[in-house]
Design a protein around this ligand. Structure first.
Ligand code: ADP
Ligand code: MG
Length: 602
């Protein structure tokens, strides 16, 4: 018998891993700029051509690299930022996976010039698709200059997947803004096709914000300032009248890195709720300083999701800080907020009892536990839910199964050596480095679908639909109006719905995945979720629809999953931008740390 297991050649392994880290030119900008920041640069220049498809170049005046380091830097798991596993918990910089440069070099033509300030001569290095083309001494200025040309030149399928220049440039600008806001003490510039987009001198955060978003912004910022034993919060919130209908000016930074955090976002929007017009989103630029061992940045390959150990406490502190700042602004409108040093008021006022949303505590919470409101209300698992992924661009489809199992195949799972274990047909257990990871299956799916739907709406992807034997439904007038409001977006997501007047609708087509769905409860559930997200001021129109449809379409609790399905679900979850929380801010992932377990058995 011949052995069939072979090690992947490095170049292939690198390409595969690259897919995790490098999705588009903006990811290259992000990784290179992070490295420059980590290298202590005080000046970072970003030059892009054709929205980064032809060239992304980052030039810094940081520490530079020696000849050996320059070569090492492009090897997988090469990092100067970690020496032992212990460092993982005490690291201050966050770019410590040692994957970025290797990933970039696997999928592009890279040239690097680098010199340490105390060396006379620098190093030039050229790598195409993981292959070193040349390495030689070169005269260059101190610091590092990396040019990434023709991204995905060797993976045509991925290159084709890139969006229009204007979309890719938008992504680049948004990564650039995040870095520039995270590190206002560094001078930044961005040049696209020879046009200067930003020229940002070193400045306090407030000026940096004004440089990026316009001078007018300055008088609309309210400073935040709170220091507790757990976390220090600083930065600014925009006055309520600045709130916009669209997302874009919401920034969290933790230890000078941008992060996403749906749960903390909710803390801010809830604090704003009493003073904000419906359906608008407050601007904020909020910085957290926290001891690095109180957070886990390593849960997501691109590191924009960060897990806080004391999440609920931080939620409360944040909520109270924002509330207090808004209160200060409302009560004393004549106060000069342009001064940085506004008198400090304790963040947790004794008068107000603040609770984080109940839902986050109650892991067993099931919005669809009453049978009538379940999306697939027959109680039977929907056939072929895995085809949910089909035709939706970012997620690959599930190949492995031809039919969904009412006959749960737990036996099959066990006999293969279980990597995933489904508990109560509701939670997925899987071992991870630091302990046991527990994932709420329905919420995970909700997150995956949400990002997919949102992406499809924003990118105007038209999902093909399957014709149905038309089904007429009668809706109450308000619901009918709401559904008509969603009509255009639903159509793009593959639903063909005709207005028959007098509250009647005719459903003529649905996307593949909804073919076997019981339409009446499905639509009711969709409307129900739409109404409740409507009360939520933070969501834009696409977000609301993506969110409601994701809730209505997610696999229900009680659905047995096979190993492959669980694997796919978990993989897709961690390919999401924000795998930790549902769009509504509920917890999806919980890690039971192994050191906790060890304590039980002492
Ligand atoms: P990581 O940042 O996770 O360590 P990278 O692949 O991004 O991994 O970088 C690998 C190593 O290359 C870094 O640890 C650092 O030592 C070095 N490096 C990368 N970019 C720069 C830079 N601009 N200046 C100095 N050193 C750099
Ligand atoms: Mg890095």
């Amino acid at each position: 018998m011949t052995d069939i297991i072979r090690l992947l050649p490095d170049s292939v392994a690198n390409q595969i891993a690259a897919g995790e880290v490098i999705q588009r030119p903006a990811s290259v900008v992000k990784e290179l700029v992070e490295n420059s920041i980590d290298a202590g640069a005080t000046e970072i220049k970003v030059v892009v051509r054709d929205a980064g498809k032809t060239l992304v170049q980052v030039i810094d005046n940081g520490s530079g690299m020696t000849e050996t380091d320059a070569r090492m830097a492009f090897e997988r798991h090469a990092t100067s930022k970690i020496n032992s596993a212990d460092d993982l918990f005490s690291i201050r910089t966050m770019g410590f996976r040692g994957e970025a440069l290797a990933s970039i070099a696997a999928v592009a033509q890279v040239e690097a010039k680098t010199r340490r300030p105390d060396n006379e001569i620098g190093t030039f290095l050229e790598i195409h698709g993981s292959e070193v083309i040349s390495q030689e001494p070169v005269a260059c200025s101190a610091g590092t200059q990396i040019s990434v040309k023709n991204l995905f030149y060797n993976i045509p399928a991925r290159r084709r997947f890139l969006k229009t220049d204007s979309t890719e440039l938008k992504h680049i600008i948004s990564e650039f803004q995040r870095a520039a806001l995270a590190c206002p003490s560094v001078a930044f510039s961005l040049i696209h096709n020879q046009t200067e987009i930003y020229q940002l001198p070193e400045a306090p955060l407030r000026q940096r914000i004004a440089h990026i978003f316009g001078k007018g912004m300055n008088q609309h910022l309210i400073p935040l300032d709170a220091e507790t034993s757990i976390v220090k919060i600083s930065g600014f919130i925009g006055k309520p009248e600045m709130a916009k209908k669209t997302a874009g000016e919401q920034f969290f930074f933790v230890n000078h890195r941008f992060m996403r955090h749906a749960y903390f976002h909710k803390a801010v929007t809830e604090a704003f709720e009493p003073v904000l017009p419906a359906d608008s989103l407050p601007s904020y630029f909020i910085c957290f300083d926290i001891l690095p061992d109180h957070i886990d940045v390593n849960i997501h390959p691109t590191k924009t999701e960060i897990k806080f150990e004391e999440e609920r406490a931080v939620w409360q502190i944040l909520h109270a800080t924002v509330r207090e700042a808004l209160g200060r602004f409302n009560i004393t409108p004549s106060l000069d907020f342009d001064r940085e040093g506004v008198p400090e008021i304790p963040p947790l006022g004794k008068t107000q009892e603040i609770k984080p949303p109940q839902i986050d505590i109650d892991a067993g919470y099931n919005p669809f536990s009453s049978p009538g409101s379940s999306p697939f209300h027959t109680g039977r698992p929907p056939a072929g839910w895995e085809s949910l992924y089909e035709g939706l661009s970012p997620q690959p489809s599930l190949h492995d199964r031809t039919h969904a199992g009412e006959e749960a195949s737990s036996g099959e799972a066990e006999s293969r050596g279980t990597q995933f274990y489904q508990f109560k047909n509701r939670y997925i257990f899987t071992p991870v480095k630091s302990g046991l990871m527990i994932i709420d299956q329905k919420r995970a799916h909700e997150r995956i679908l949400y990002e997919t739907f949102l992406n499809n709406l924003e990118q105007s992807v038209q999902i093909s639909q399957k014709n149905l034997f038309p089904v007429t439904l009668e809706l109450e007038a308000g619901d009918h109006a709401l559904l008509m409001e969603m009509h255009e977006s639903l159509k793009r997501l593959g639903f063909e719905i005709r207005n028959l007047g007098h509250g009647n609708i005719l459903v003529e087509g649905v996307p593949e995945y909804a073919r076997h769905v019981d339409l009446k409860p499905f639509i009711e559930n969709l409307l129900e979720s739409y109404k409740s997200t409507g009360r939520n001021t933070e969501a834009g129109p696409y977000e609301k629809i993506a969110r409601s449809l994701a809730i209505a379409s997610a696999i229900p609790y009680g659905k047995p999953l096979t190993q492959e399905e669980m694997q796919h679900l978990v993989d897709s979850l961690f390919a999401c931008q924000s795998p930790n929380h549902t769009p509504g801010g509920k917890t999806i992932v919980f890690i039971l740390p192994v050191n906790e377990m060890e304590k039980w058995f002492r």
